[in-house]
Design a protein around this ligand. Structure first.
Ligand code: NAP
Length: 155
């Protein structure tokens, strides 16, 4: 069994999926890429009751699993094409420093620059930013709008 598990399902299914695999996730790092979209209004930011999808996942799993939120603002096609420049930065939020560093390393492996964006409580921002980027894609006729942090030298 892996040490790191990526949670990549639609928001409406995440608690059902977590319930199915909960016991297997004890002591794991869970990377949440889940965005709490509310179809059909996917370009409108939706703040879930628990603050963010990632915090709801952490609350459901308890302290044994370490949830780190990342990759929300990268279009899937950008990650799928291993020859293409990802072309955007990745905000990484989590409460456990070593888990967060491991995910930052995974971001680098995925040819992107990760930025430590603070505690898991901050995951609401990159999650919500995805809806903003979806809206920009619609208004500007693009399909993979991204985001960069400027004027900071990455570590
Ligand atoms: N696509 C993107 O560019 C992108 C970018 C950033 C973040 N995200 C986030 O990443 C997550 C996955 O996105 P995606 O585009 O890969 O979604 P997706 O293709 O709709 O779903 C991914 C997989 O989740 C499972 N699934 C679907 N609905 C489910 C449900 N109601 N309950 C349980 N499992 C379900 C399915 O697995 P099986 O086929 O095995 O059943 C499906 O293949 C979402 O939270 C999305 O907001 C996506």
């Amino acid at each position: 069994m892996a040490d790191v598990v990526v949670l990549s399902v639609p928001y409406e299914g995440q608690l059902d999926v977590l319930a199915d695999v909960r016991s297997a996730l004890a002591d794991k790092i869970v990377v949440s890429v889940v965005v709490p979209l509310r179809p059909p209004q996917v370009s409108r930011v939706h703040a879930p009751e628990g603050g963010s999808a990632a915090r709801e996942a952490q609350a459901f799993l308890g302290a044994d699993a370490r949830v780190v939120a990342a990759f929300h603002n990268v279009a899937a096609a950008r990650l799928a094409d291993l020859d293409a420049d990802v072309g955007c930065d990745v905000l990484v939020c989590g409460d456990d420093p070593s888990a967060k560093q491991l995910v930052m390393d995974l971001v680098a492996d995925a040819r992107a620059t990760g930025f430590d964006a603070g505690p898991l409580a901050n995951a609401s921002v990159p999650e919500g930013l995805t809806s903003v980027l979806i809206g920009i894609n619609r208004r500007y006729g693009s399909h993979d709008a991204g985001m960069r942090i400027t004027n900071v030298k990455p570590k």
